[in-house]
Design a protein around this ligand. Structure first.
Ligand code: IPE
Ligand code: IPE
Ligand code: MG
Length: 247
């Protein structure tokens, strides 16, 4: 990919999280079955992974399949799982070549063993990557994650590892699926809906939120760079007051 010097020099956010929404509507608008939208959406994933890696993003988290998406028709779930396997098999070599490390968050134990195996294999194959982390949220729900973290902490309190008084932000963060990753700086949702849909409920506390009407299969590098550029103009106060100097 040819990137201009300006693009290369963009000071990028550390962590971008994306709710990739709108595949089904894209397919309907183009007279296709929903699955076709997911297929074309997978091509957008390829493009976004490359752009983010090139501009120096440390972590790209993609919401690929939510805990609620299990309630979709069995045929659609099967198609999504098939696409995920294709993606992992097709892309793990490229990810490795681009020094990208794959990671996954979510209740992975719910996945079909064959899907899980491909996922584990792709993670292992890219484990030595020192560049961007591509973090896939699969069978993921923020509430599940918070319940699992709470249960793990309860067990450790019961075992006497620490007391309830020691439970704080840092301890919770360390028990989440995203342990070790910085919080997202930017959360983008495509597809025109203004909601979080159970995504990274804890981690998005101070993320800058962007909602785009573009359907995921149409989401472009240019739009992503526009969002990043806007992010750089935003003032993040984290609850504090910014001193502006007196006139
Ligand atoms: C997002 O696209 C992909 C997944 C949820 C897996 P949708 O399938 O939700 O597309 P729309 O929202 O119906 O258009
Ligand atoms: C969120 O999209 C989940 C993913 C993109 C994987 P949905 O389409 O499932 O969310 P809702 O149903 O519009 O809230
Ligand atoms: Mg949707």
């Amino acid at each position: 990919m040819n990137m201009s010097e300006t693009e290369k020099n963009v000071k990028s956010p550390r962590h971008i999280a994306i709710i990739m929404d709108g595949n089904g509507r894209w397919a309907e608008q183009h007279g296709h079955l929903r699955v076709k939208g997911h297929e074309v959406g997978a091509e957008t994933v390829d493009r976004m992974v490359s752009v983010c890696a090139e501009i120096g993003v440390e972590v790209l988290t993609l919401y690929a399949f939510s805990s609620e998406n299990w309630q979709r028709p069995a045929l659609e779930v099967a198609a999504l799982m098939r696409l995920l396997r294709h993606y992992l098999r097709r892309e793990s070599k490229r990810l490795k070549k681009e020094n990208i490390r794959l990671r996954a968050i979510g209740r992975l134990e719910r996945l079909d063993p064959a899907v899980r195996k491909d996922l584990e294999k792709a993670c292992a194959q890219t484990a030595s990557g020192t560049g961007m982390i591509l973090n896939l949220a699969i069978s993921y729900g923020g509430r599940d994650e918070l319940c699992d973290a709470t249960a793990a902490i309860c067990r450790e309190v019961q075992s006497g590892k620490y007391s309830c008084d020691e439970i704080d932000d840092k301890l919770m963060t360390a028990h989440l699926d995203t342990a070790g990753l910085p919080d997202p700086d930017i959360m983008i949702r495509t597809g025109g809906e203004y909601r979080i849909s159970n995504f990274l409920l804890w981690q998005l506390a101070y993320a800058e939120l962007y909602f785009s009407d573009t359907l995921w299969p149409d989401f472009s590098k240019e739009e992503l760079l526009r969002i990043i550029n806007d992010f750089q103009q935003r003032e993040r106060r984290f609850g504090r007051v910014v001193e502006r100097g007196r006139p």
